[in-house]
Write a protein that binds this ligand. Structure first.
Ligand code: PMV
Length: 331
């Protein structure tokens, strides 16, 4: 009744922004992401009669209450119901990157929790079933259930059974593809993506434009990935990111996740491109900028990023694998 899983984070090239069902976490639009090698969560889960209540340890610290704790317990309840078991669980989780700083820790977190907990509960889920389960913990976690370039289908059904992840291409399809994560601040963000999305749907006049133009972005991105057309992938990702932020900026009250350093990196990327150094940016619901490039540009981009004062750290990621079970437990 104990299992441990490792799952990689993912960063969307075409963003998920807005839900059609809050409880089942069903999105209004498909999204496309790359699963990142190198940013991961390891989670061990044990169901046992000896536990009187669910225990959750994150990066060595026990979390006893609050939203984070409730989300984990709700997820365990879902798995207990699927497996017809009653035992409480101990969950220990470790991220190798700063939690909740706009680096999608909930994606790798819920993918790892779903795989470890379902296995510990005696279930053997296939990637489709696993992504449907992970989706109910965190939307972006759906995509971390597969490796490489992944699309999360929004589905149409009210029960969410057709809203899951499919692979567009495996990690080895495009070995030169890189994403450089820049860290400018490890502070937790003030507005969760959950709250940001709800506020956008309720108040942004731009949200309709987002939905009206998303299929075009998705088509370009699928084509760009399959044909390994780097310019098409980069341009489409950057434009899609800016459209998402335009919907947030125009909510009431306005949501602006960008910090001065965010804008500094944006300006730098635009300038570098003019100079012939081809790279693009994408930003989630946070202040961190991720730079999309090919492997031969990495040394030059890293050198230039290091010259920007606000950049604390950079992490260079390739496309990574889907989640897997590992032998080494955290407890
Ligand atoms: O799954 P959540 O609730 O963390 O939402 C993720 C939202 C974005 O990161 C902004 C976009 C995306 O597709 O990952």
């Amino acid at each position: 009744m104990k299992a441990t899983a490792i799952a990689n984070a993912n960063i969307a090239l075409i963003k998920y922004w807005g839900k059609r069902d809050q409880k089942l976490i069903l999105p209004n639009n498909n999204s496309i992401a790359i699963t990142l090698d190198g940013l991961n969560t390891i989670t061990t889960v044990e169901f046992d009669k000896k536990y009187e209540r669910d225990l959750f340890i994150l990066d060595g610290l026990e979390i006893k209450e609050g939203k984070e704790f409730e989300r984990v317990v709700n997820h365990l309840n879902l798995i207990r119901a699927m497996a017809h078991i009653k035992e409480k669980a101990k969950v220990s989780s470790k991220n190798n990157f700063p939690t909740a700083a706009g680096l999608a820790s909930s994606a790798s977190g819920f993918a790892a929790l779903s795989l470890a907990a379902s296995k510990a509960a005696g279930l053997n889920l296939d990637p489709k079933e696993l992504s449907i389960l992970a989706r109910q913990g965190s939307g972006s976690a759906t995509r971390s259930c597969l490796g490489g370039f992944v699309e999360w289908l929004k589905g149409e059904k009210p029960d969410g059974s057709d809203s899951f992840a499919v692979q567009i291409a495996p990690p080895e399809h495009w070995p030169e593809f890189r994403m450089i994560v820049t860290i400018i601040s490890s502070a937790k963000k003030k507005i969760s993506s959950r709250a940001g999305m709800a506020q956008t749907i309720a108040t942004s006049p731009m949200y309709k434009v987002w939905l009206d133009t998303i299929d075009e972005d998705l088509d370009k991105m699928r084509r760009g990935i399959l044909e390994k057309d780097f310019s098409l992938v980069g341009k489409t990702a950057e434009f899609n990111c800016l459209k998402m932020h335009a919907t947030m900026i125009t909510t009431n009250p306005s949501i602006i996740y960008w910090m001065p350093e965010t804008l500094e990196i944006i300006q730098a990327v635009l300038m570098w491109r003019e100079e012939g150094l081809e790279c693009y940016f994408t930003i989630d619901a946070g202040s961190q900028v991720k730079i999309i490039c090919l492997d031969n540009q990495v040394p030059e981009i890293e050198k230039r990023l290091q010259a920007i004062k606000g950049v604390k750290e950079t992490i260079v990621c390739k496309t990574g694998a889907g989640p897997k079970l590992i032998e080494k437990h955290l407890f």
